[in-house]
Design a protein around this ligand. Structure first.
Ligand SMILES: Cc1cc2nc3c(=O)[nH]c(=O)nc-3n(C[C@H](O)[C@H](O)[C@H](O)COP(=O)(O)O)c2cc1C
Length: 204
């Protein structure tokens, strides 16, 4: 039995950085064994303290625990590829964000940063999962319209992403094609993603 975080991490940092940023990755070998709602609350707590534009906190998390009718409902939103590895997850989550916010006069006005802030909350959630040796994996591969309709999500919310979360599963239990990629992947070199001053011609 091989657990994801036992796999050799071949990521190499270019600069000093806390270990957690290199150690966090998105395994697909996921299990509901010993995963509790209390574990999940710790991850939501991390997300709760994320920075957001004007501290609006537009993120909302809908969730379903493994073995419930809601879990099966959430599972049906997922694309086939994601269904192949999430069926044993401890919980499935739908991350949504509120498009508007009340201004000082109590009038609803657009929050142009709502998706950006929700994405930041996802990162806090994922990092906290790794700190607790849990598996958390973000997913864009699902039917957002179906999720919106079946979960009665009002129109002034955007369906952003789903998350599978649980304890570490056995890599050998994954479909063969997924076993090969079950390890920390690499990143672009820093020189490709930073530029001092203005955007220079030829930069991609
Ligand atoms: C918003 C978002 C959507 C993603 N969608 C999927 C998905 O539908 N299926 C999947 O297997 N992985 C998905 N991933 C995982 C990414 O492929 C993964 O984060 C990326 O390859 C970087 O690898 P790492 O998270 O292991 O560092 C998603 C990640 C994010 C943040």
């Amino acid at each position: 039995m091989t657990l994801p975080y036992e796999v050799k991490n071949e990521r190499r940092k270019e600069n000093e950085v806390d270990k957690i940023f290199i150690d966090r990755w998105s395994p697909r070998a996921i299990s509901n064994k010993d995963f509790t709602e209390k574990d999940l609350m710790t991850l939501f707590e991390a997300a709760r303290w994320t920075a957001s534009s004007s501290n609006i906190q537009p993120w909302r998390f809908l969730y379903a625990m493994h073995g419930t009718k809601d879990f099966d409902k959430y599972f049906d939103f997922l694309m086939e590829f994601n269904q192949m590895w999430t069926k044993n997850a401890g919980a499935l989550i739908v991350l949504i964000s509120k498009n508007n916010t009340a201004n000082k006069e109590g009038k609803e006005v657009p929050d142009p940063m709502h998706s950006f802030s929700a994405g930041s909350a996802l990162t806090s959630f994922l990092l906290q999962a790794r700190i607790k040796n849990l598996v958390a994996h973000g997913m864009g591969g699902f039917d957002k319209d179906k999720a919106k309709k079946e979960l009665n999500i009002p129109n002034d919310y955007t369906v952003e992403a789903m998350i599978a979360v649980g304890t570490q599963g056995n890599i050998e239990d994954l479909p063969e094609r997924m076993q090969k990629s079950e390890k920390p992947n690499q990143r672009k070199p820093l020189k490709e993603i930073i530029m001092k001053g203005s955007f220079k011609k030829g930069w991609r």
